[in-house]
Write a protein that binds this ligand. Structure first.
Ligand SMILES: NC(=O)c1ccc[n+]([C@@H]2O[C@H](COP(=O)([O-])OP(=O)(O)OC[C@H]3O[C@@H](n4cnc5c(N)ncnc54)[C@H](OP(=O)(O)O)[C@@H]3O)[C@@H](O)[C@H]2O)c1
Length: 296
């Protein structure tokens, strides 16, 4: 049975969406959307769809979404977030600005619109985890210049951080990202060298790790959080494990910490609400359910 047939069989004539990636088995998205479907008693399904990183495979996905009446859209994870873009009928301006799509929504006329909810999820998690945090209060330091960094940097600039410091192992990527996202109002994106990342923390009110360092199977992120002010917020968007060595070090110093799971949960709201027509909130119960799924 093909993955499409499996998905249709699981959906069993109900409206459905799915996470699309290669590989896709590790994704926790079915757990987080499944929680909301159950919580709100919605007759719907959210599944997994492995799609190879080939243009023909993505074209097959688009054709499937368009011809299947119950298909409401999908989420996209690695490696499809950029390659899907030319195949969609419309990209919303924020996703175009970020340069990646992680959510596809089928419109009433059957056309497909691409959006990016990573920045939304990041900011909602930040507001929830550090209620008094003010973008305008001081510099923010972002580590990394990959796909997630683009959404985080775009969001922090739009939120009004007065100065953004960007640090990446490959400095050229940070420079390119800095050029792409520098606002026209005179605020700066300063690119710092990777081996000088400790100094990039002096006086910063927010540190965000968007590198994969600290993730299961990766080396820990080595950085001296003691250089941050005591009231700084440390946000690690890695979510496997939930408590990365970076967050453990920051927590031991009494700094406010935000892990990657809340960003993951909040980014899911945008797609769910559009696909299933139900407003949803992130709750402790959902967090517990998805954290348990992560541990499984
Ligand atoms: N919580 C959420 O909802 C959420 C959403 C998206 C992503 N994430 C997480 O964010 C992380 C990054 O994802 P992504 O999609 O941005 O990945 P990506 O595009 O592959 O970028 C990876 C980044 O990590 C850096 N990096 C990798 N290995 C390194 C090393 N050994 N030393 C220093 N830097 C290193 C890369 O630097 P170079 O440029 O030098 O290679 C790059 O900046 C992953 O852990 C992912 O799970 C979380």
């Amino acid at each position: 049975m093909s993955p499409y047939e499996t998905l249709l069989r699981e959906a069993n004539d109900r409206p459905f969406a799915a996470i699309v990636g290669w590989p896709v088995e590790h994704s926790r998205s079915p757990a987080l959307h499944g929680f909301w479907l159950k919580q709100h008693g919605i007759s719907g399904h959210y599944g997994r769809l492995p799609v190879e990183p080939k243009r023909a495979a993505l074209e097959e996905l688009i054709a499937f979404l368009k011809r299947t009446p119950n298909a409401r859209g999908c989420n996209l994870t690695l490696p499809h977030k950029i390659d899907i873009m030319p195949l969609l009928d419309r990209i919303d301006p924020l996703a175009r600005h970020i340069g990646a799509v992680n959510t596809v929504i089928k419109q009433p006329d059957g056309t497909l619109e691409g959006r990016n909810s990573d920045g939304f999820g990041f900011l909602e998690a930040l507001k929830q985890g550090a209620p008094g945090w003010q973008a305008a209060a001081g510099p923010a330091t972002v580590l990394g210049a990959g796909g997630a960094a683009r959404a985080v940097v775009a969001t922090l600039v739009a939120a009004g951080v007065p100065e953004l410091r960007l640090v990446n192992r490959t400095q050229k990527s940070a420079i390119d990202l800095g050029v792409a996202f520098t606002p026209s109002d005179g605020r700066r994106i300063a690119v710092e060298r990777w081996d000088e990342r400790d100094a990039a923390l002096d006086g910063a009110t927010l540190l965000v790790n968007t590198t994969s360092l600290g993730m299961k199977g990766q080396p820990p992120l080595e950085i001296d959080v003691g250089r941050l002010p005591a009231n700084a917020v440390v946000d690690d968007i890695v979510y496997v494990p939930l408590e990365t060595p970076l967050l453990a070090a920051a927590r031991a110093r009494g700094q406010r910490c935000i892990d990657g799971l809340d960003m993951l949960l909040h980014q899911g709201r945008l797609g769910f609400e559009a696909w299933f027509g139900q407003k949803v909130a992130v709750s402790r119960e959902q967090r517990r359910a998805v954290a348990a799924d992560l541990g499984a």
